[in-house]
Design a protein around this ligand. Structure first.
Ligand SMILES: [Zn+2]
Length: 77
């Protein structure tokens, strides 16, 4: 189990404070239609950074590719 369900219960989008939803075991998606930020889970760690979520606002969930993301690339443009 990659991310603890109790942890998931308390995780909110750092931008709009909406509770995020787990997607494909590798992403946390903000369901707020005005936000739509998506946060990757890298090495079992949810990366809840606004600047990281910003990168995937316009990426449809089925096109999110966790394999391109590592702890070396998060938080960098
Ligand atoms: Zn949000």
């Amino acid at each position: 189990m990659p991310v603890d369900s109790e942890l998931l219960d308390i995780l909110v989008c750092p931008h709009c404070r909406t509770k995020v939803r787990l997607y494909g075991d590798a992403w946390l998606i903000c369901p707020n239609p005005d936000c739509r930020r998506k946060y990757p889970i890298v090495d079992d760690i949810p990366v809840m950074m606004i600047e990281e979520g910003d990168k995937y606002i316009d990426t449809p969930p089925d096109q999110l590719d966790i394999t391109k993301i590592s702890l070396d690339t998060v938080g960098k443009p």
